[in-house]
Design a protein around this ligand. Structure first.
Ligand SMILES: *Cc1c(COP(=O)(O)O)cnc(C)c1O
Length: 353
């Protein structure tokens, strides 16, 4: 059957289950989602599930719009930001010029380009993993920027992104802000000034709702209308009714999330300091993970050792530039104390002492 599609899919981090494991390999939130969600779900009228979910997601879009200070008409919801991004790629990148993104970034961008037959070019990051935005080619089909970037954790300023939007007024620039609340400053408000900007967000990381699959995209009228047309060409229902109800509670409970964000950021700073005492060099992170390498030990060996102790961290074997690095999500303070304890054991055993 020659007609079958040949494609190599994206491979997400493992999802092990079991007692007592410390799962720090997919950047999930260390803490549970807002407790208000439990109350809300207890009141949910399940008989209503016989109806299709909302077509316009008005209530949730208005709540997000209020929180972010943007026009709700500029917001489109999706089944996780992976869904939003996949629709955005299909909506915006119909040129024969290549779409640009760094050689070290979210692995899905390349996969979507292959899937949707979009030409692309990976731009090598500098040796310190920064992205030189000033020397991109003139003629490009689009730019995709995870900000902060993953797995490096490095962030660009609003001014740097604004300069890019000005330089390429006819080119769509997608800014994937999956981790923005852990450190960076959002460019979301710039959608009102720059018709070429599209920003994506997810509830998976900062809102601790990876399992609910909810994300959104924000763009001006022109981009949003294309997104809607593409979306309505294959599945007009963005999210299911349960997801919409849960997402709304999460948006409304701002103070709970401020607290969990602070806890995660404090633990990240503590953990980075402890890693340094053990001989690791860690890139300054604006996210809920750190990207770190040891001065003498192999990343793969450390990963294997941790796994033997039921601690899962991410290692990227297929990119030679980052083979010495581990990406470790920030868990609770207790979990990260356990990780440091195990790493100390490892260093003692391997130093022959
Ligand atoms: C986690 C992540 C996503 C996808 O998030 P979902 O909403 O869970 O699909 C998108 N981009 C980056 C950079 C991510 O790390």
């Amino acid at each position: 059957m020659n007609s079958l599609r040949r494609i190599s899919p994206y491979i997400p981090g493992e999802q092990p289950t079991g007692e007592g494991l410390i799962k720090l390999n997919t950047n999930e939130n260390a803490y549970p989602p807002s407790p208000n969600i439990i109350k809300k779900m207890a009141q949910f009228d399940y008989t209503d599930l016989r109806h299709y979910s909302s077509l316009d997601n008005q209530e949730l879009r208005v709540a997000i719009g209020q929180k972010e200070g943007i026009n709700p008409d500029y917001i489109s919801l999706g089944n996780g930001s992976d869904d939003v991004l996949a629709i955005a790629f299909q909506s915006f990148f119909q040129s024969d010029k290549p779409v640009m993104f760094p050689d070290i970034t979210y692995g899905f961008y390349k996969i979507w380009c292959d899937l949707f037959r979009i030409p692309y070019q990976e731009v090598p990051l500098s040796s310190d993993f920064t992205f030189d935005l000033e020397n991109l080619p003139e003629k490009i089909g689009g730019i995709v920027l995870a900000n902060p970037n993953a797995p490096t954790g490095l962030v660009k300023t609003v001014e740097e992104i604004e300069a890019l939007l000005k330089k390429y007024p006819e080119t769509v620039i997608i800014v994937d802000e999956a981790y923005i609340s852990f450190g960076g400053k959002s460019v979301i408000k710039l959608v009102e000034t720059y018709p070429n900007l599209y920003v994506t967000r997810t509830f998976s990381k900062d809102s601790a709702l990876a399992g609910i699959r909810l994300g959104y995209g924000v763009g001006g009228e022109r981009l949003t209308s294309v997104v809607k047309a593409v979306k309505n060409s294959y599945n007009p229902y963005s999210v299911n009714s349960l997801t919409e109800a849960v997402g709304l509670e999460a948006v409304l409970d701002e103070s709970y999330y401020k607290d969990t964000l602070k806890k995660i950021i404090d633990t990240r700073e503590w953990f980075t300091g402890e890693l340094s005492k053990l001989g690791f060099t860690t890139i300054e992170s604006s996210t809920n993970f750190v990207f770190t390498k040891h001065k003498t030990k192999q990343a793969k060996d450390i990963q294997d050792y941790l796994k033997g102790k039921n601690i899962y961290v991410r290692y990227f074997s297929d990119n030679p530039r980052i083979k010495q690095y581990l990406r470790i999500s920030i868990g609770t303070q207790e979990e990260m104390e356990s990780v440091i304890k195990v790493l100390k054991e490892y260093m003692n055993e391997k130093s022959g002492g």
